[in-house]
Design a protein around this ligand. Structure first.
Ligand SMILES: [Fe+2]
Length: 357
């Protein structure tokens, strides 16, 4: 332990992380600052609460709290011409697996504006599970996230499967799915930046999706109180304990922020409304931000879009918040809901903050 008299006292915490020295691999000591004892170091394999360096908060740009000029410019541009209704997100296309240049451009434009679009294929198509992959490739989506429940090609067939449902995998039941972003339990290196949900067959009744753009959520929170943003960007805002989620492989606890800014300057949101097996940071600021978010998701905000996918329709999105209402299949008449889901590590090409239109 070594004292460092010249180091400034941190204002609030007793112990604060000063730096993650050579954080890739922890091959060097890591430094902490303790108000009482000053700067000291711990070697790797000591009792650390984080398994990786905390995310770096942006110093500038629209998602930096200190840069209100950038934020206001970005916010005003974002809200000008924002879609008013779910219908405004719909792009009618002849064949989603073979878009025309104009159809592709319109889907990309909507994804730039709202981080999502709904394509509606008007030519009947047989149950084509190749479709999401071919559609995704048009938008630079090539790095598929596969999980233990994906099929061999990395595309997941979402339908009622009795034995998966019995094990607690809600997506494979006809029950409602709460608000979430996909892969909220993934580590940062497997961040889900986008998904395609393609409807092969709708249910007999129900199965409506609600959709909400995380950038809009960011704006609403920041306008209400910038402290909400500060709390939700903290690296320990939300933790999924080790092995807590049955739908993923055995893995360690995933602590992380709700909002993060990736290496390209784009906002990423990690959220689930489930309460079981989720640990929210237990401080006033985080709890207040969480409540605000819950109230927003429970509201009839005009920014929440609701749509029930028909056959050969689908959603392509930069991992927007979404949920699903309960549904009822009528297997005897062939009306059993079947969606193909593809999740990607890529963001939809041409929709990044620093990408030209
Ligand atoms: Fe999902």
């Amino acid at each position: 332990m070594e004292r460092e008299p010249s180091a400034p006292l941190p204002p609030k915490r007793d112990i604060s992380l000063v730096s993650w020295v050579n954080s890739q691999g922890f091959s060097k000591p890591i430094q902490f600052f303790d108000r009482k004892f000053g700067l000291f170091e711990v070697m790797k394999n000591t009792a650390l609460t984080h398994s990786r360096p905390p995310p770096i908060l942006p110093a500038g740009g629209p998602f930096a709290l200190a840069d209100s000029d950038s934020y206001c410019r970005w916010r005003d541009a974002k809200l000008a011409g924002y879609p008013a209704r779910a219908e405004d997100l719909i792009v009618e296309v002849r064949n989603p697996a073979g878009l025309s240049a104009a159809e592709e451009a319109e889907i990309r434009r909507l994804c730039r504006v709202a981080n999502m679009a709904i394509y509606a294929g008007r030519e009947p198509d047989p149950l084509n599970r190749e479709l999401p992959r071919r559609l995704g490739e048009r938008f630079g989506l090539v790095h598929l996230d596969s999980n233990p429940l994906s099929d061999a090609d990395g595309i997941t067939s979402l339908q009622v499967v009795a034995d998966k449902g019995a094990k607690g995998y809600i997506p494979y039941t006809d029950r409602r799915l709460l608000w979430h972003t996909d892969g909220y339990y993934n580590p940062p290196e497997k961040r889900i930046r986008s998904f395609i949900l393609h409807c092969a067959r709708p249910a007999a009744e129900g199965g409506e999706n609600a959709l909400l753009d995380p950038e809009i959520v960011y704006i609403l929170l920041r306008e209400a109180d910038p402290a909400y943003i500060r709390a939700l960007m903290a690296p320990d805002a939300m933790t999924i304990p080790a092995n807590a989620d049955e739908a993923v492989q055995v893995r360690g606890a995933q602590s992380g922020p709700v909002f993060a800014v990736d290496e390209h300057g784009n906002l990423h949101m990690r959220y689930t409304a489930r309460t079981r097996s989720i640990v929210w940071k237990d401080d006033v600021a985080t709890q207040a931000a969480r409540r605000f978010l819950e109230n927003l998701l429970d509201s009839d905000s005009p920014y929440i879009f609701r749509h029930r996918l028909q056959a050969n329709e689908g959603i392509i999105a930069n991992n927007v918040l979404h949920n699903r209402s309960a549904f009822r299949d009528a297997v005897e008449t062939g009306r059993a809901r079947l969606l193909y889901r593809a999740r990607y590590y890529d963001r939809i090409a041409g929709t990044g903050l620093h990408e030209a239109a």
